[in-house]
Design a protein around this ligand. Structure first.
Ligand code: ZN
Length: 316
């Protein structure tokens, strides 16, 4: 962690960008279909809270995740100010082509560092998915439109199927993704196996090979270490993080897993630590409440929603 007083002062003023993934990761295991109109209402709420990037949906086959059967409709109907980046997740070239057709501005490709997880998820080896990413980058260059291309490495900190994932492998994959044209690299603790020491070390190692390409941290709170891992990621220089309303979300291959890092708790922590996020926490509570009413079957988590903000709270 920070060794000198000076670097601590510098760290305290660091602005942190939060990307909301409620409508993608948050909904991917929700069996009840949330109607398109309601997804768009959540989107408007998130925009009003000042999120600068929102992951809107996923272009995957509807038979795999029926929740995203309306992906193209959601993209077409999404109407946000130009300052808001709407991104979509794609697991392969076919998904990327559909996303391009729909007219998205940013594509978040994802593969798994764990060979077993990648095979279970997309029926391809990790190297085959890397080749897919190269094909996507080529396709996008040919397309001519200025589309931002992000690449995520799932199971970077361990895997429910395979167990350990070698850090060398994650570093090597990150370098190959950047070489192929990734403009952002996301390190994902898909199944909540990471701890703060590991996160700090791996983020530092990956930062060493990606040059100026920014890193994003994606943590799940499966075993209660989500916020601790976020602090470790910040300390390693990561300036952008994924969060979801009410801690929704999960991975189909991580049974019993609770979801993403809770947006409200994360914003409370960051602002209290002096990191401005720009997010309107009070409005966010209203958006969460509405979604909770629409998804009565789901378990929403969070300490701030339960205990409220302390009287001493001051936004950064
Ligand atoms: Zn996730």
């Amino acid at each position: 962690m920070s060794s000198s007083g000076q670097s601590e002062v510098k760290a305290v003023r660091q602005r942190v960008e939060l990307r909301d993934v409620t409508l993608r990761d948050g909904l991917q295991l929700v069996s009840e279909f949330l109607p398109t109109e309601r997804k768009l209402a959540v989107l408007r709420g998130l925009v009003d809270c000042n999120f600068t990037e929102i992951e809107l949906t996923s272009f995957v086959p509807p038979r795999v995740i029926p929740q995203f059967a309306d992906a193209a409709d959601v993209v077409h109907a999404a109407d946000v100010p130009p300052s808001v980046c709407l991104s979509v997740l794609v697991p392969n070239l076919k998904g990327a082509k559909l996303a391009l057709e729909a007219g998205v501005g940013k594509i978040n490709f994802v593969l798994s560092a764990s060979e077993a997880h990648n095979l279970a998820n997309v029926q391809k080896t990790t190297d085959q998915s890397l080749a897919d990413f190269q094909a996507i980058a080529t396709e996008m260059r040919a397309h001519g439109r200025d589309i931002h291309l992000s690449a995520g490495i799932a199971t970077s900190f361990g895997c429910t199927i395979q167990g350990p994932v070698a850090e060398e492998r994650v570093v090597e994959i990150a370098a190959q993704l950047v070489e192929a044209g990734a403009q952002e690299i996301l390190l994902a603790d898909t199944v909540g196996y990471g701890n703060p020491v590991q996160v700090n070390r791996l983020a530092g190692r990956v930062a060493d090979v990606v040059g100026d390409v920014p890193l994003v941290g994606h943590f799940h709170d499966t075993r209660g270490l989500g916020l601790a891992n976020i602090v470790a990621a910040l300390d390693a220089g990561i300036g952008k993080l994924d969060v979801a309303l009410g801690g929704l979300g999960g991975c189909p291959f991580a049974p019993g897993a609770s979801g993403n890092v809770n947006a409200e708790d994360c914003i409370f922590m960051l602002e209290s630590m002096g990191h401005p996020t720009g997010i309107d926490l009070k409005h966010l509570a209203d958006v969460r409440k509405q979604l909770e009413l629409w998804l009565p079957q789901e378990r929403f988590t969070g300490s701030i929603s339960r205990a409220g903000l302390p009287k001493t709270f001051q936004a950064a």
